[in-house]
Design a protein around this ligand. Structure first.
Ligand code: WT7
Length: 629
């Protein structure tokens, strides 16, 4: 047995003992005596970890390192333009976070309030998150690529009373006005809960400031003390909510709490990246997604790690930018998404050849399946053949990594996410819930609780149970499909629900369809995902016009505008096609499986269409698609 096998067995057979030991990675204000108190069954459903313990997440991420290693760098901020990097030490971070906390308090923010953060990738985004956790406010980070409407609906859903934003962000050649979007969102907001907007002046663009509501951050901060007491939090007190797409309905406010989450992200980060004192780590994810929360802010900071934060895009000023940043700051641990890797492969070797990347030690991947060809390039070219790749499978809901290779002493199989992390009990089941033993494929479920798991859907506990624990009673359903080989290695095959993963952005088909249906001339639509060489998947939209509407050439452009308005431009379909009707079952359910086959050109394997109410439509749509191509 390897040491992984031994530790894994122990983590599963004696979780209380295992996690009691691992939770010492944090400093607790009041030590816990109860460890795991969980059940996935309807009768006694509960998920609580370390429930009688008290701690503060910000203290664990900032103060304790500022006390011990004040001059160690917490963040290296790399701006959009070349040659504009600056370092922030743990001592500075503490001061900045305290000032930010005092600004929030001066504007009336209290423990339990929800503060929305709509920010670019700049240090102030992390200060704002940490300031919330310092004073016990719940942050709700909304990705800066979301539109005003998407921001408004998220703010309304959680009754947030404050938004923190910046004037604008610079990404490559583009300037993105964030404050302007906030202004529009607040006009659209139905509940008007937001009383204060705090804007960080980042690039110096002009903003309309509404008297009594809008304040410039640094105008307030300059009067603030650089110390601020921490709020002791119960282990199960909320730390943050983060909206994510589901297969039905509106986005869900995924709720994470304090003790279990922080223990889990700190411990997974330390273990999977084998973090050492002098490592420089870089996670490229935006703070607007869970990866940015768990492995851009909380995990690395809890471990006192030096992290790079980059505002720009991988291809600016050219496709060597990422590798240059790695060389310049001697990055040793690098964590990114397959889409980024594939898009950089497609730019050609000249962009890697001007850099050495010799500082790299471990390479990570997350967000979508890393195909074997991309794996090989990442390994051979980027890692110079000497860095293990940790392909980590997890979800917004899981809080942290669930399936992953350990960096040392495991065989790496290109394309596989290897084996469960400590304390994680995965299982494969068929659609009836029958457990698959040994080699096979099926629905990926998790049999028992782990500390980092989400605790609820904000203000909707019924939906939480129903969404994740009712399909396979007694288990957490990931809604991913997976296969397992004879040696117990897992391979993720993709979502089994109606969520599509475009460039690592999780998009619910229901949301895109709802946006499309907002076009006056459209009666109905269906969106499916099709494989895409770089993005992993792309969207293909089939639409039916209302009776009497004439097909105009401008309709596609108009629909794209509506999607950009309602969700964000990242949710625009690559293929858009007007069809006379959609393949439906006799009970009226759209057969997406068939549309997917048509969209991928897999016409010979459409399968049985005799159960359709209108089987002839299949040939018609194929003709229309062919015509288009
Ligand atoms: C979905 C979760 C986890 C942080 C980023 C995405 C897919 C995630 C992998 C991987 C294959 C992966 C799954 C999952 N996914 N990691 N290593 N290999 N697929 O978080 O937005 O909540 O999306 O991303 O389909 O369910 P998310």
């Amino acid at each position: 047995m390897t040491s992984y096998d031994q530790d894994y067995q122990r983590s599963i057979t004696d979780p209380n003992h295992f996690w009691k030991e691992k939770a010492q990675i944090l400093d607790w204000i009041k030590p816990f005596t109860v460890i795991k108190n969980t059940s996935f069954h309807k009768e006694d459903f509960r998920i609580k970890w370390f429930e009688d313990g008290e701690l503060n997440a910000c203290y664990n991420c900032v103060d304790r390192h500022a006390n011990k290693t004040p001059n160690k760098t917490a963040f290296i901020f790399e701006a959009n333009e070349l040659g504009n990097a600056r370092s922030i030490s743990f001592k500075d971070l503490l001061k900045e976070v305290c000032k930010f906390s005092n600004v929030l308090k001066s504007k009336g923010v209290q423990k339990g309030d929800v503060v929305t953060i709509y920010m670019p990738m700049i240090p102030e985004a992390a200060y704002a998150m940490l300031a919330c956790s310092r004073i016990g406010a719940i942050h709700n980070v909304v990705f800066g690529g979301f539109s005003a409407s998407a921001l408004a609906s998220r703010v309304d859903d959680c009754d947030s009373n404050m938004i923190i934003t910046a004037d604008a962000s610079v990404r490559g050649p583009k300037t993105i006005s964030l404050k302007e979007t906030v202004d529009v969102a607040l006009e659209e907001s139905k509940k008007n809960t937001v009383k204060t907007v705090i804007t960080v002046k980042h690039i110096g663009s002009k903003c309309h400031m509404k008297e009594g509501r809008d304040f410039w951050y640094y105008d307030l901060a300059k009067f603030m003390e650089t110390t601020c007491p921490i709020e002791p939090m119960k282990s199960e007190d909320p730390l943050f909510i983060l909206y994510t797409s589901g297969s039905t309905g509106k986005p869900k406010g995924v709720l994470h709490t304090t003790g279990g989450y922080l223990t889990y992200v700190a411990f997974t980060h330390k273990t999977i990246f084998d973090v050492k004192e002098n490592d420089t780590y870089w996670c490229t994810a935006d703070v607007g997604w869970i990866t940015g929360h768990s492995y851009g802010v909380y995990g690395p900071l809890a471990n006192g790690t030096t992290s790079v934060m980059y505002e720009g895009i991988p291809t600016y000023p050219d496709a060597s930018r990422i590798w240059k940043i790695i060389d310049t700051h001697k990055v040793s641990l690098f964590y990114t998404a397959p889409t980024a890797i594939r898009s950089l492969i497609s730019q050609g070797d000249e962009y890697t050849q001007t850099t050495t990347r010799t500082s790299l030690r471990i390479l990570g991947s997350v967000g979508e399946p890393l195909n074997p060809e991309a794996w090989q390039w990442y390994h051979d070219v980027i890692g110079n053949g000497k860095c293990p790749i940790v392909d980590t499978w997890w979800q917004t809901e899981t809080g942290g990594m669930m399936l992953s290779p350990q960096p040392h002493g495991m065989n790496l199989k290109p394309g596989s996410v290897d084996k469960p992390f400590y304390g994680v009990k995965p299982e494969l089941v068929d659609n009836k819930g029958t457990i698959i033993i040994g080699k096979g494929s099926g629905n990926l479920i998790i049999k028992d609780s782990w500390p980092g798991q989400m605790r609820g859907i904000y203000k909707d506990q019924d939906r939480f149970f129903k969404t994740y624990f009712s399909r396979f009673p007694g288990s957490y359903s990931s809604e991913d499909g997976a296969k397992r080989d004879e040696e117990g290695y897992y391979w993720i095959t993709g979502r089994v629900d109606d969520i599509i993963n475009v460039s690592g952005h999780r998009i619910g088909t229901a949301e895109v369809e709802a946006a499309i249906n907002n076009h006056f001339d459209i009666a109905e639509s269906a969106v499916v995902g099709v494989p895409h060489l770089i993005k992993g998947e792309s969207l293909c939209a089939f639409v039916i016009l209302k009776a009497g509407s004439l097909k105009s050439n401008s309709i596609k452009g108009e629909v794209m505008q509506i999607i950009t308005r309602d969700i964000g431009s990242f949710a625009k379909p690559d293929t858009f096609i007007v069809v006379p009707s959609l393949p439906k079952t006799r009970s009226g359910k759209i057969m997406r499986r068939i549309l997917r086959k048509i969209a991928t050109g897999d016409h010979d394997n459409i399968g049985d269409i005799s159960t359709l109410s209108n089987p002839r439509i299949v040939v018609k749509i194929i003709e229309l698609m062919d015509h288009k191509g």
